[in-house]
Design a protein around this ligand. Structure first.
Ligand SMILES: CC(C)(COP(=O)(O)OP(=O)(O)OC[C@H]1O[C@@H](n2cnc3c(N)ncnc32)[C@H](O)[C@@H]1OP(=O)(O)O)[C@@H](O)C(=O)NCCC(=O)NCCS
Length: 169
């Protein structure tokens, strides 16, 4: 990606909540409430990261640690800085935490009508692997489970900063 803006990625802190909620509210029809974020932050297995550009929070990702995978629970980029590589850099950071010996996959549920997220994830090597009907409380839409799988070392390469879409799964 040629137009990627530089970001730093760090742990999400309690004081980031107003900025995170602002991004959440501009990103989803049925946004998480503050309590949803706080519930996650109280769980040992749940991790929140924020992306900063020029000292401003421009994106975040919340994920859960499972035995063999990372599961993204929520991820969004501020509307004003989309299409500038922020989402790519955040998800690439997560993929960089995978290892053949332990967690080999990143998964997340994406609403069937969220085509932009699907295109975004596909560009990173994710593939839809399952359909979950009745996944959402608020709508009757289904969710697609999208998965990125770390390639076996002998046959492929992992998602990297420079070549995010070479994954075969
Ligand atoms: C999905 C989302 C996180 C993508 O973040 P982003 O920082 O804009 O994504 P990137 O700039 O890294 O885009 C990487 C690639 O994804 C694809 N993509 C991203 N947004 C796209 C769009 N609006 N239309 C078509 N393709 C798109 C493109 O292939 C893009 O590469 P390119 O710009 O070189 O063509 C962002 O649009 C968002 O926050 N959406 C609302 C929240 C949401 O749907 N969250 C679910 C997250 S999976």
């Amino acid at each position: 990606m040629t137009n990627a803006i530089p970001i730093t990625i760090r742990w999400m802190l309690r004081q980031d909540m107003p900025d995170v909620l602002a991004i959440e509210n501009q990103s989803f029809q049925f946004p998480w409430m503050e309590e949803d974020f706080l519930r996650c932050s109280r769980q040992m297995s749940c991790i929140g990261l924020v992306a900063e550009h020029d000292g401003q929070i421009v994106g975040f990702v919340i994920y859960e640690l499972h035995k063999t995978r990372l599961r993204i629970l929520n991820c969004a980029v501020a509307a004003g800085v989309r299409r500038q590589g922020v989402g790519t850099q955040m998800v690439t950071k997560l993929a960089g935490k995978l290892s053949v010996a332990r967690r080999t996959r990143v998964t997340l549920e994406v609403c069937e009508t969220n085509l932009i997220a699907q295109v975004f994830l596909r560009s990173l090597g994710f593939r839809a692997v399952r359909i979950r009907r009745d996944f959402y409380e608020e709508t009757s839409e289904a969710a697609y489970v999208m998965q990125y799988r770390l390639a076996a070392p002998a046959v492929g390469t992992a998602l990297t900063e420079s070549q995010p879409s070479s994954q075969q799964s």
